[in-house]
Design a protein around this ligand. Structure first.
Ligand code: H2B
Length: 99
């Protein structure tokens, strides 16, 4: 399957303006965000919904769950940095978190 191209700095800056809760980690070339939920059930429910979407996209988050928090890092390992797939997954997480 053709994988999307790496985003350049200008494209990353544009993307960040529509994902204000996310930060770009230049050293690791990933987007980061920590989500905090009401309890473990909410956190794990979120992770389950994201997991199904990630599998459908064949694009998977690096993440860590501690009780009601989920720390997320998004990057495209095959490309060595950010691609549109990371923006798609970040946008999906935002939609879920807002609903
Ligand atoms: N997820 C992420 N985040 N980056 C990748 O490069 C990646 C992935 N590659 N999920 C996919 C799976 C690849 O390993 C399979 C073979 O398509």
């Amino acid at each position: 399957m053709t994988r999307p191209a790496l985003l350049d700095d200008a494209a990353i800056a544009t993307a960040l303006s529509s994902l204000p809760a996310w930060t770009y980690d230049e050293a690791e070339r990933c987007l980061r965000r920590t989500f905090t939920f009401q309890d473990f059930n909410q956190a794990f429910g979120f992770m389950t919904r994201v997991a199904l979407r990630a599998e459908a996209l064949d694009h998977h988050p690096d993440w860590r769950n501690v009780y009601k928090t989920v720390e997320v890092a998004l990057t495209t390992h095959d490309a060595g940095g950010l691609t549109s797939l990371d923006l798609t997954l970040a946008g999906f997480m935002e939609e879920l978190n807002a609903s």
